[in-house]
Design a protein around this ligand. Structure first.
Ligand code: SF4
Length: 651
């Protein structure tokens, strides 16, 4: 009997991989028991590649598959559409969360990526635009949201398309069985709603769907006579195995904590000889010890992960330890450093193949351009840059029904555009600004009504968030009032230029979308709206601008100035100011101005530094690696993927 104590919940499957790799268990006499079905997918992924057939006999909850999540993504998408002049618009981020879901990979996903690239800079995409890019069988479904019935019909149609593709490519039994189950349930719900002649709103439909799918499971049945068996404890009843591996042998899972919620009093249950909680516990104990009768090798794996709910070994393990202490019971504390596989924690992405090809697209003549965020991203972590801008793994931002911090920033930009748009190319005077300050409440209400069509923006958190939008816009306008009159040259305008690096690399493409460019007495200001805190460093501390990420906003403005300067040929360098409106700038007021870009020495240093970075990016001997500054990982989306927040990461 081998007892494996694993320090991490998810590390248990690595122990399984070790056991299977070191012992030949590719036969019908071996079983992996999963008292907790949550572990099925990681267990399947941990079976060594050289293992032949294996069979799964288990009741697998539908809620553990991603089909439920896929359906809810779709419902969410259709719930956030807007109709403007009879045309349907989908919010960009939700649309791509749905279209780029792995379930839709059977369609031509290159079209989705092309659509994503072409609409990268806009907030919402019209149905007509979508139709011209993607397969008709998917775009047709995106029209079907007029009634709950047609919506539910369109979900079934999409699931059926996915099912047919799985059958065609003979893929994944779990997915296809789940799809059948879910389609059945959707049809069933639809029939009930129709027969009961009731009208449900979308929210009620989602609750009903969630309830039905959460209680549904699929029975996966394998052939018990061939190959390695993977089973739930119940399914292993009355079958004899020579090698038994049990994963998650933790108290609360083996045996499971019995839920005693019942409206029938315990005494009544006893009197009528109904099933009692202790009967279930006895049943479990029987099935566990029944498995041990014929087993020659028993491997019990449990986790002592302090962050998980069950961190104690099962009572059965304690019992075995007590009763069989002199009978060759072997206790092993599993050390991750022993596992060769996990030594690959030093993630490195080499600049070759598709990675190199994508990098080439950023050079002159290519379709990609470096932006301030991509360069700042690279300065913070080259691996994250590679994930986001080369491999394009970036996770789309969630569009929430409330105003979260990220959306708050976007709203400020859109509101300021809204306020000054009519003055683009013209002079703004104090009178104009005062009028806008007087109407600010109305402007914000109109804006939010169009953004959150289905929500009441006059209630709850919206009131507080509206006040924040008001305060910030009001501060910007008051600062502008003091500065007026000035001429607005550009608002939210995109600029592109080429930047020469060296003879070997040539030029790379740079792009910027500048919030506002204005002019007064021949002085041009390049301006950015920032909702966070920003700090500008002084001329004597320029190393900090390059060596740290404390001044990313200033770095971004210098890059904007460089791009703008390159695009406008007749501009004298000394006529340029970079500046930002920042809500959190301490005692310095809301507007921070910086004239240092006019210092020629500074400009040369900045350009040289940029060249150095591009030489580094294109140096094929330097792979993309994790940053050494762990503080840069704090808000990174890939923190789990690159093991940065794990005890395994020693770097
Ligand atoms: S978690 Fe850290 S090391 Fe990993 S990609 Fe993000 S920033 Fe880089």
């Amino acid at each position: 009997i081998y007892l494996y104590n694993v320090a991490s919940e998810s590390g248990q499957v690595n122990v399984l991989n070790d056991i299977l790799s070191q012992n030949n268990m590719d036969n019908s006499g071996s079983v992996v028991i999963l008292p907790d079905t949550d572990k099925l997918i990681p267990v399947l992924n941990s079976i060594p590649d050289n293992y032949g057939k294996f069979n799964i006999t288990i009741n697998y909850p539908v809620s553990l598959t991603s089909i439920k999540e896929f359906i809810f993504e779709y419902l969410d998408l259709t719930n956030s559409i807007r109709v403007i002049n009879d045309e349907i618009f989908f919010p960009n981020n939700k649309l791509f969360r749905f279209l780029l879901h792995p379930y839709l990979k059977f369609t031509d996903t290159t079209k989705f990526y092309k659509l994503k690239n072409d609409t990268d800079e806009i907030h919402s995409v019209s149905l007509n635009t979508i139709t011209s890019y993607i397969d008709k069988n998917i775009s047709d479904q995106l029209k079907e949201f007029k009634s709950l019935e047609s919506l539910s019909e369109s979900i079934i149609n999409i699931l059926q398309l996915i099912f047919e593709s799985l059958i065609e490519y003979e893929q994944n039994d779990i997915e296809s069985s789940t799809l059948i189950k879910v389609i059945d349930n959707l049809n069933y719900i639809q029939t009930i709603i129709k027969n009961a002649d009731i009208t449900l709103d979308l929210e009620s439909y989602k609750i009903l769907l969630n309830e039905v799918l959460s209680n549904e499971s699929i029975s996966l049945k394998g052939d018990p006579l061939t190959g390695l068996q993977i089973m739930g404890l119940y399914e292993s009843r009355a079958i004899d195995f020579e090698n038994v591996i049990i994963i998650n042998a933790n108290e609360g899972i083996l045996p499971p904590a019995v839920n005693n919620n019942s409206i029938i009093p315990m005494n009544l249950k006893r009197f009528y000889k109904m099933t009692l909680p202790e009967d279930l516990t006895k049943n479990f104990a029987y099935m566990f010890y029944r498995l041990l009768i014929y087993a020659k090798n028993l491997y019990l794996i449990y986790s002592s992960d302090i962050s998980s709910d069950s961190k104690e070994e099962s009572r059965y393990i304690k019992q075995l330890e007590y009763e069989l202490k002199d009978s060759g019971l072997k206790k092993i504390n599993f050390n991750f450093n022993d596992t060769e596989k996990l030594k690959s924690k030093n993630i490195e992405i080499k600049k070759e193949g598709d990675v190199l090809k994508t990098l080439e697209l950023y050079k002159s003549g290519g379709k990609n351009s470096f932006s301030a965020s991509s360069i700042n991203n690279y300065r913070e972590c080259s691996l994250r840059f590679c994930f986001d801008y080369v491999m394009r793994l970036n996770i789309p931002e969630e569009l929430t029904l409330e105003i979260d911090p990220a959306t708050f920033g976007t709203h400020i930009h859109n509101l300021m555009l809204n306020i000054y748009n009519e003055k683009s190319g013209k002079t703004v005077d104090k009178n104009f600004i005062q009028n806008k300050i007087n109407e600010l409440d109305k402007i914000i209400n109109n804006f939010l009504e169009s953004e959150y069509a289905n929500n009441d923006i006059y209630k709850g958190k919206f009131i507080l968030q509206k006040k924040m939008l008001y305060d910030y816009c009001n501060l910007i306008l008051k600062t502008d009032y003091d500065y007026a009159p000035f001429k607005i040259l550009h608002l939210e305008k995109s600029f592109k230029t080429e930047f020469f690096v060296n003879d070997e690399i040539g030029s790379v493409n740079l792009k910027a979308k500048i919030d506002r460019i204005d002019e007064k007495n021949g002085m041009i200001r390049i301006l950015d709206y920032k909702t966070g805190e920003i700090k500008f460093c002084n001329a004597d501390k320029y190393e900090k601008l390059f060596d740290t990420n404390e001044h990313n906003a200033q770095f971004q403005l210098y890059l904007y100035a460089l791009i703008f300067n390159n695009s406008i040929t007749n501009l004298k360098p000394e006529n340029l100011i970079t500046g930002a409106y920042s809500l959190r700038s301490g005692d310095n007021g809301i507007f921070l101005a910086d004239e240092s870009y006019n210092d020629n020495e500074m400009k040369v240093r900045f350009e040289n530094y940029l060249r150095e970075k591009f030489v580094e990016i294109y140096d094929v001997t330097k792979p993309f690696v994790k940053t050494e500054k762990k503080e840069n990982c704090k808000y990174c989306n890939y923190i789990d993927n690159c093991l940065r927040n794990s005890s395994l990461d020693e770097n």
